[in-house]
Design a binder for this molecule. Sequence first.
Ligand code: FE2
Length: 409
Amino acid sequence: MEQRKHSILFVDDDPFILRGFERSLDEYCENWRADFAFSGKEAINRLSEHSYDAIVTDIHMPVMDGIQLLDAVSRLNPGVIRFVLSGDTSDAQILKSTHLVHQMIPKPCEMQKIYGIVERACCLRDKLSDPQLLRIITGIKTLPSVPRLYNQLREQLQADTISSQAVANIIAQDAAMTAKILQLVNSAFFGLSENINSPQKAVTILGLNTIKSLVLGIQVFSEYQGKKNLPISIDAIWKNSLQVSSLAVSIARSLNLSSREREDARVSGVLLDIGMLLSFQIPGFYQNVIFNKNGQSLIESEYQYMGTSHAEMGGYLLGIWGLPDSIVEAVTFHHSPVVQAALKPDLLTSLHVANGLLKMCQTEKGQNFVAYLDMPYLQKLCLVDRLDEWVLMTRDLLENSHSPDGLES
Ligand SMILES: [Fe+2]
């Protein structure tokens, strides 16, 4: 089947830069249909005439700058993925664009690199076929944080002496904060040679002053303001994700995974059900999925109502935010790892097993692996014999887990 051409709109007030983009498109971007606009106004006109997958705009332009343009795009065409180009890492404007931009790209940047970043996001976009879901998720500016953690972080940042470790530990427990901070630090804009998978490292790289302006000034995080007494709560999602994170690290260790993969397991556990936070914003989600399951599992009910699940929705958001592939894949496939052709146990294995066993041990008295785990996948990896050992680990964690104030190492 022929791949659909992706439609990209480039915006820059400098004609030399746009011509440079145009010239290098033929070499690297055969499957793109690209248009060019010299101003924000022209870009808005083009967006009203044609549907685009992504927009790549310069940040500094006269009359309507890149931030104003992306603000308009996020309201008028929320399904378009938004990239910004900026040449100055100390640019205060770039921080102000954090909630509007999916990814920041340094300027100048070779077209080959721009192509890689934009094309990856567009390919993820292709996987989400429902136009309404696409608009909701791509249009998301902030995700809700656990109120208790949100308030703790604000208090910590307003204290006379701020502990960078304490700030990082609060962020590391909250899916929305973790995702946002990793989005920022992994942006090509910062030009780091390795992917950053730990909120602690992200806080060190960004520095406390930047974190302070992001949280207290630009208010890049937001407190969950949703309804109470629902069958699914942000607190329940949070507690489950911390338990999955902790168990996934232990399972990764027992599988002799590398320290990098164990760190990936920790952060992927925290981000595991970030798609559930997106679900809060989907009209009819509670009535049609949560309240009306008719004996189905949550996942089955999600597929029936939305044609996708919280796992794919979360993976899509993290992908267009530019998080490392390993984390995006683990989150996307945590309920269905067999889709991935695994040859050996990896991060996804530890996440899938931790999530499944925690649910099983919390719900059932005995062992019912088939209902909670992808057994053909575990058989393929010769891991079925390890399950009894991991069940003991799970029960141990459940017996000894208190209110999760911190992450164990
Ligand atoms: Fe899940």
